[in-house]
Design a protein around this ligand. Structure first.
Ligand code: MG
Length: 207
């Protein structure tokens, strides 16, 4: 199982973390190892190597059909339900990696950096259109991120077509589809909640 994460897939967020940089011309993706998963609403422990861990709430698509060089027209056959996740990011290490042209494994792929909802909701129950969903993330009871999937720079189907050109997608692979504007740091004692279509899928504490 692999975890594919899309970077800068919402223009407003791309601007907030990378002022002035060009928007990507094709989906920008990176991987997290399976050891990054954090499930069951278990608490997230801030790692000692970062002073600036950010939450990034994202719609997560689980692949339900093998996909290799998938045509964008048929990509919607590869998923049936969506969940929510947090792409935890050591922003200080990421800034350094970007400045030095280094890979992102340290800042993005550390243990438990991929919080994932246990529950996935059938798309049919949410209206059927993956590009017409709305999700929300709260920090300590205050809404910080409010995502509309229609604002994605690259649709889920375009992401699947692009990624599957380079690496085969297998059943169970997860795609974190990018974060909307509103990311920020977490500190011990914080609580994160995230919901979609009336389901609170994430509710866990930061330690
Ligand atoms: Mg992200």
């Amino acid at each position: 199982m692999k975890i594919i994460c899309i970077g800068r897939n919402y223009a407003d967020h791309a601007a907030e973390v990378n002022d002035g940089a060009e928007l990507p011309k094709e989906p920008l993706f990176f991987l997290k190892p399976d050891t990054a998963l954090l499930r069951n609403n278990d608490p997230f422990y801030i790692p000692s190597f970062s002073n600036e861990v950010h939450y990034e709430c994202e719609l997560v698509v689980r692949i339900t059909r093998l996909a290799k060089c998938m045509d964008v027209k048929f990509a919607s056959r590869c998923y049936e339900e969506v969940g929510l996740g947090i792409d935890f990011t050591a922003r200080d290490l990421q800034r350094e990696a970007i400045a030095k042209g280094l890979p992102w494994e340290l800042c993005k792929g550390f243990d438990h950096s991929a919080a994932l909802s246990n529950q996935f909701v059938p798309l049919a129950e949410l209206g059927g259109d993956v590009q017409n969903l709305e999700f929300e993330m709260e920090l300590n009871g205050e809404v910080r991120q409010h995502g509309f999937t229609k604002d994605m720079l690259f649709t889920v189907d375009q992401i699947i077509a692009h990624v599957s050109k380079y690496m085969t997608l297998r059943i169970g692979d997860l795609i974190y589809t990018g974060t909307p504007v509103g990311v920020g740091t977490v500190k011990a004692g914080d609580n994160i909640k995230a919901r979609i279509g009336g389901h609170t899928l994430l509710d866990f504490d930061i330690m």
